[in-house]
Design a protein around this ligand. Structure first.
Ligand code: ADE
Length: 265
């Protein structure tokens, strides 16, 4: 996958040289190119922002450097003959970035991220590129960052680890909280490693039993309990038809009311 990032802080992306993503780049699985937005300005001050029309606090990013930068990068050769990149603009007013969106992006050959500073990018840029490229305005959560760069780091890591060959153990993607599959919609339960007793805390004996069926059942029970305790709104969205008798007992024990199966749909 090719990933381009246009920012006034290219140095912000140094973490993408490290760990899983850094290795994926070295191995040629991820081609990440970071560009300085100011390279597409034409004044001595390399100005990228100006005061907002209509007044108000802060500054707004000017449309011209962004359009020149996006045109140059998006026009810099397609990936293996496929179309232009998918353009992603991080903003707290965008659609929520979820595991589902990460899976969708992981299928794309080419992503172009345009993280803004200040109060955001002049909206005409989104109007222009929304009609020319596939454009997503995306939020990584209901809080306001000082700029979109940290959001890009989050999204590149979430997408990058899903690419074929990036994770050593392919099974770990399937087990993720929020991944589709048997544990769909559930938070992952607790994990343990050696030693079997640490500071008086024992590893749950079932995990040492070698009984894989019982272990899978226990993990599902823990996932159900944790989801009810920490994310009741996720528990409420569980498909009643995906819950067996034992699931219902666990949920009942956690004082969580699921609708009866015949209420589904
Ligand atoms: N820029 C500022 N806050 C953001 C957020 N929550 N998500 C994405 N981009 C942002």
């Amino acid at each position: 996958m090719r990933v381009d990032i246009i920012s006034i802080f290219p140095e912000y992306f140094a973490p993408l040289d490290v760990s899983l993503i850094g290795k994926a780049r070295q191995r040629g699985l991820l081609d990440i190119r970071v560009h300085q937005l100011r390279d597409w300005t034409h004044d001595v001050h390399r100005k990228v922002d100006d005061t907002p029309y209509g007044g108000g606090p802060g500054m707004v990013m000017k449309p011209e450097p962004w359009s020149e930068a996006i045109d140059a990068v998006a026009g810099s050769g397609s990936v293996s003959g496929e179309g232009p990149p998918r353009l992603i603009v991080p903003t707290p007013s965008g659609r929520p970035f979820t595991q589902e969106v990460a899976l969708e992006y992981a299928k794309e050959p080419w992503l172009l991220f345009a993280p803004a500073r200040y109060e955001g990018i002049d909206s005409r840029v989104m109007a222009e590129y929304g009609s020319r490229l596939r454009l997503d305005e995306v939020s990584i959560g209901d809080y306001v960052l000082a700029g979109g760069e940290a959001a890009v780091l989050v999204m590149v890591e979430a997408v990058g680890r899903l690419l074929p060959g990036v994770l050593g153990n392919a099974g770990s993607v399937a087990d993720d909280s929020f991944a589709p599959g048997t544990m769909a919609g559930l938070l992952e339960g607790p994990v343990y490693t050696k030693p079997p007793v640490w500071r008086g805390h024992e590893v749950p004996p079932i995990l040492l039993s070698g009984n894989h069926g019982a272990i899978a059942r226990w993990r599902r029970d823990e996932a159900l309990r944790r989801t009810v305790a920490k994310r009741p709104e996720l528990a409420a969205r569980l498909d009643p038809q995906s819950l067996d008798k034992h699931d219902r007992e666990v949920l009942d024990d956690a004082s969580f009311r699921v609708p009866p199966e015949d209420m589904a749909n």
